[in-house]
Design a protein around this ligand. Sequence first.
Ligand code: ATP
Length: 303
Amino acid sequence: ILIHFYSVKQKANKENKIRKKQLTSILDKLFQTTNITDENGVFMKVLEVNNICKSFGELKAVNDVSFSIEEGHVFGLLGPNGAGKTTTIRMVMNIIIPDSGKIAVMGEDDARKINNMIGYLPEERGIYRKMKLGEVLHFLGELKSMSRSSAEKEMNYWLDRLGLMEWKKKKIEELSKGMQQKLQFIATILHKPKLLILDEPFLGLDPLNATMIKEIIMEQKKAGTTIIFSTHQMESAEKLCDEIMLINKGKSILSGNIHQLKDGFGKRNIHLKYDGADDFLDNNAMILKYDNFGNYVEVQLKE
Ligand code: ATP
């Protein structure tokens, strides 16, 4: 379709300018909505992870994990501390090499080859403590091939939006942890990446700032960006994600479309807080099984 429109556009160049304008706008729209395809024209997943494993000594930190993400989707990697989320993300970024399994990021086996198209927020946040905010953002923008003027324009927008403008000429070490977190988030999205990889993006943020980051993630999604983020806060996932994967002790426990998962599992799984005796749990005709944590219980109801 694109080639057809191109040839028509070339003709239209000669014929009249109005038609050229209309066709240019159609072409722009087509480009915006066209998925990435391989050489056979088959739609490619932006990220494909197949059966990856990683051990540290005896510990299987990631054990046979697979998932994929479609263009423009938000994917949540959920799990408690030590589940293997960061190790998985580091393998996606090719910082850690998997013991086995395969990863393809936009069709590439090494994410670093397409560094400019990726925005990566690592779990460890400390960056260039002695440098000033503006300098750091210019430096990081340059690493992503941004011109000085476009880095300046983008950073001013984001510093203003995230309430950091007055800190632009201050050194990083003068910022609070939450502010540093926001700065690192700006550094991640400054160059308008097509794929955002965010390791615990809400960690250390107060509720107001966490909400702001969630809003920005949703805006990025609307603009067509593909996003993967890790979190141990399950409640963050529902509103943001198209798909999730729940991992624990390195293994994938549950994965898929968030709404389908909720329909399948949500109706029969409930959390209850209670005071006093817990004898209502035993010999209850409605309960299939439960995990009792004292004054809080997770219950699976019978079908
Ligand atoms: P958290 O939410 O606490 O960051 P996580 O889900 O990101 O947890 P990982 O950081 O991937 O978990 O860690 C998974 C397991 O692998 C943990 O038991 C951790 O101690 C171990 N681990 C991670 N990196 C290393 C390493 N470089 N050397 C040895 N063990 C490691």
